[in-house]
Design a protein around this ligand. Structure first.
Ligand code: SF4
Length: 329
């Protein structure tokens, strides 16, 4: 469904400037922005994807990945098409880089009632880039909140500060993809700006009521140096040592031919990250990804794949030693 977009200004000769994400596309009549889903129609900016979902499914919340938010729960997950980035390694490129991928229309109330019927903890906006789906997402977030449900985002974090602040009023948890700590990587590979993503992470980290987790997909030869991991985790730990950090294995996808990430690489980077952060997890590989108390090392949440058991954790505390634990739900 088409709908007039939020966050844009009108310019000369019927051009429009989209101000939703830091691409700030200036769009001529009949053209779309970089994301492929926001179009200038007769001098108005129109979102082409209001309510258009490419994927709707119940997923374990750990799959997002979110490890510190309602562990062991399931969440209704929805995604659209298009993206503000152009990453050649995108693991969901069939929807993110193809705005014409088939979609089905869901009104916000359809998704909220589907979530309720399935006993979902809330709604996860995920799969492709949810921030470019802003108008439908914020309408759905409002309804979900009224229905007592949570709103969760899995995103590249590429959004301008004004729309971000409005969205945060209805947000409960984020997993932000921090692709690299190198401005050049963002510019050449994603087609974006690292600084803008860092600003999003900083802003969310100030909201103590929102769970913030961060993920890096580790790509051999691109973002797997120890020096970069030191700089990244130095910065992230400055915002909070309790921010959960996920290091995920990459597999060759789309246009990228680099070999898959070795488990030994992930383990080496995990050791560096753990010098600064209390909760570091490996993703896209088999093995233990349990949460341990940062004080007494008791198992808080045991994880083997998607088999989850909450152990020594209750009401924000480790039940073994009483240490405050940054897990919600
Ligand atoms: S949301 Fe899309 S159209 Fe708007 S600035 Fe970002 S890439 Fe451009």
């Amino acid at each position: 469904m088409e709908k007039e977009a939020l966050f844009y200004t009108k310019g000369k000769e019927n051009r429009v400037q989209c101000e939703l994400c830091p691409n700030n596309c200036s769009i001529g009549i009949g053209k779309v922005g970089i994301c492929g889903v926001r179009k200038n129609v007769n001098g108005k900016l129109i979102t082409l994807i209001y309510g258009e979902a490419s994927s709707v499914a119940m997923d374990p919340i750990e799959k997002k990945p979110l490890y510190h938010f309602f562990p062991g729960s399931s969440i209704l997950s929805v995604g659209t098409v298009g993206c503000s980035f152009k990453c050649g390694f995108c693991q969901n490129y069939h929807i993110s880089q193809n705005p014409r991928y088939p979609t089905d229309y869901y009104a916000p109330e359809d998704i909220v009632s589907l979530a309720k019927r399935n006993g979902s903890v809330g709604i996860a906006y995920t799969y492709s880039e949810p921030l470019i789906w802003y108008e439908w997402v914020i309408d759905t977030c409002r309804l979900a909140r009224k229905a007592g449900m949570k709103n969760v985002f899995v995103t590249n974090g590429y959004i301008n500060q004004d729309p971000l602040k409005d969205l945060l009023e209805f947000s409960d948890a984020f997993n932000i993809d921090l692709k690299s700590f190198n401005e050049d990587f963002y510019k050449k590979i994603a087609g974006g700006k690292l600084k803008a993503v860092l600003e999003t992470i900083e802003e969310i980290s100030k909201r103590k009521e929102i769970v913030l987790e961060v993920t890096t997909l580790v790509i051999p030869g691109y973002n797997d140096s120890e020096e970069e991991m030191e700089r990244l985790t130095d910065w992230l730990s400055g915002l909070g040592k309790d921010i959960p950090y996920h290091l995920s294995a990459y597999y060759p996808m789309y246009t990228f031919k680099a070999p898959p990430t070795q488990v030994s690489t992930l383990q080496r980077l995990k050791k560096i990250a753990e010098k600064r952060l209390h909760y570091v997890y490996l993703g896209n590989v088999s093995g233990d990804s349990s949460s341990y108390c940062a004080n007494c090392n008791s198992v808080l949440v045991q994880r083997f794949g998607y088999s989850i058991k909450v152990k020594n954790y209750s009401n924000g505390k480790c039940t073994s030693c009483g240490h405050a634990v940054p897990i919600k739900g």
